[in-house]
Every structure is written in structure tokens, then in C-alpha cells.
Design a protein around this ligand. Structure first.
Ligand code: F6R
Length: 256
């Protein structure tokens, strides 16, 4: 686990984009795992700029998004389909056939989840997965629970998650109660993971991710066992860590 602390959100966003951009330059057919929410918006802005400057090319890139609300039409401006178009896909030369986002409108959700997992595998797995983190340490929409969820599945959102996301809707009543999400297992299978967090309200979740017990009650804690995780934080999100933790390599990484 490598932890990089930046002075502010702008620098965090630039560094994250540079890491994704390097992956794309070194492997133009990369499979990227993408996240929505406020945190990666700055990274997407920087990726668009890098594309406009001719530094990166999306034409052979494949993407898989972490999650989508259940039964929220994709043309709703709060759907994650809509978010990705607005914040990235409409601005770069990605081939639409290579974009994958769970279909929350499917009549057969079980089949949709199985298919999504198969598509990730058939594309050779995810080269680098971008993650945000919930105040409750969720990754994707894997909420604190008693078991780590393996594959893509349907989940009931915690009230605290709905409250946190209500800022994007007119009222909390409009926030869907369910979502489809890649499982903790699907995320863990990614070759590399890039977790981003900004703001004081993420500090406790970050502390628990790095130092806490590995437990499904803190879904992000599983990342302690992954061999290639980069966490980029601003100072507020890092405020409960010690300086010794920065650039920290986990015991697992050291012994590999
Ligand atoms: C989004 C996702 C969520 C968010 C998390 C943080 O695709 O999977 O886990 O990353 O809820 O959201 P923000 O960045 O809005 O604080």
C-alpha cells in the first residue's frame, strides 16, 4: 500500500490523472475500472485536458464502471451513465462499444450481474481500478456488512450513503434505495488499485482502511491485502494518519 498525500484537491486530481495517463501510454489497450461521485471529477478533467493536448488516446481503451443505481433511467441526470458521459466520455475519443456500466434497468438483475462479471473476465480483468471511498468506508457500493461480497450484485444502500448522495438530488426521497455494484471480490481482482479521498469527512474511513482490522464492516480494509494499491489523499483526508504512514508499503507488499 503506497500513500501519497497532496497539499490540495487540485494536486490530488493531477497526480491521479498522471497515473491513469501513464497506464494508458504504456498500454493503449488498457482496461480501466472507473468510479463516479465528487472525488474523481478533477481527475477526469485532467484526463480530458491530457487527451486534448494529444498526450493520451482513448480509442483502444475499455472501461468498466463500479456501479449504477437500480431502476434509475440512464437519461436521468443523476444516473452514473449520465455522469460518465458528462464528466468524461463525451469529451474523449472512446469507442462507445468499449464502455461498460452496470444496467440498473435490466429486467433480470441476476443475469445482468453474472454477465457483467463475465465481461470483465473476458476482457482480461481490470488493469487499474479507480476508487472513491464512502464516509462509512464503502468501496463501489459495497456497504459495511458481515461478509465480503464476491462478484457484481445488487445491494441495498445504507441510510448514511443515501443521505451523503442526497446532495445531488432534489431531496433524499429521490435517492434510489438500491444499486448494482461490482463486489469487493471483483474490485480485489484488479491488477492495480488507485483509491482517492479528499476532505475531513473521509479521514476516519482512511485511517481504518490503512490501520484498522480487515473486516467486511470496513469494506475498504480488504485493500490491506492487495499487492498493488496507491492511495492519494489531500491533507484533510490524511489528517488522522502519521507522517510515517505516507509512502508506506504494507507488510504484504514488502514480503512479495
Ligand atoms: C462511486 C462509488 C462510491 C463513491 C463514494 C465516494 O462510483 O462507487 O463508492 O466513490 O461514495 O463518493 P464521493 O466521491 O462523492 O465522496
Amino acid at each position: 500500500m503506497r500513500i501519497i498525500v497532496c497539499d490540495n484537491y487540485d494536486l490530488l486530481s493531477k497526480k491521479a490523472a498522471q497515473i491513469i495517463g501513464s497506464q494508458m501510454i504504456l498500454e493503449p489497450k488498457s482496461v480501466l475500472g472507473l468510479a463516479t461521485g465528487s472525488t474523481p471529477i478533477g481527475m477526469y478533467r485532467n484526463l480530458i485536458k491530457m487527451y486534448e493536448e494529444g498526450l493520451i488516446d482513448f480509442s483502444k481503451i475499455t472501461t468498466f464502471n463500479l456501479d449504477e443505481y437500480y431502476q434509475l433511467p440512464i437519461d436521468n441526470d443523476q444516473s452514473y451513465h449520465y455522469f460518465m458521459d458528462e464528466n468524461l466520455f463525451n469529451h474523449v475519443n472512446i469507442n462507445r462499444e468499449n464502455i461498460h456500466i452496470p444496467n440498473g434497468m435490466s429486467d433480470d438483475i441476476e443475469a445482468e450481474c453474472t454477465l457483467y462479471e463475465e465481461m470483465i473476465d473476458n476482457n482480461g480483468g481490470i488493469d487499474i481500478q479507480v476508487l472513491g471511498i464512502g464516509n462509512n468506508a464503502h468501496i463501489g457500493f459495497n456497504e459495511p456488512t458481515i461478509n465480503f461480497n464476491k462478484g457484481t450484485h445488487i445491494v441495498t444502500l445504507e441510510e448514511s450513503t443515501r443521505e451523503a448522495n442526497a446532495r445531488f438530488f432534489n431531496s433524499i426521497d429521490e435517492v434510489p434505495t438500491k444499486a448494482i455494484t461490482m463486489g469487493t471480490g471483483s474490485i480485489f481482482k484488479s491488477k492495480k488499485i488507485l483509491l482517492l479521498a479528499s476532505g475531513k469527512n473521509k479521514a476516519e474511513a482512511i485511517y481504518n482502511t490503512v490501520h484498522g482490522k480487515v473486516t467486511p464492516e470496513v469494506p475498504s480494509s480488504i485493500l490491506q491485502f492487495h499487492k498493488d494499491v496507491i492511495i492519494i489523499l489531500d491533507k484533510e483526508a490524511a489528517s488522522l494518519l502519521n507522517e510515517d504512514d505516507y509512502e508506506l508499503m504494507s507488510e504484504f507488499t514488502k514480503t512479495k
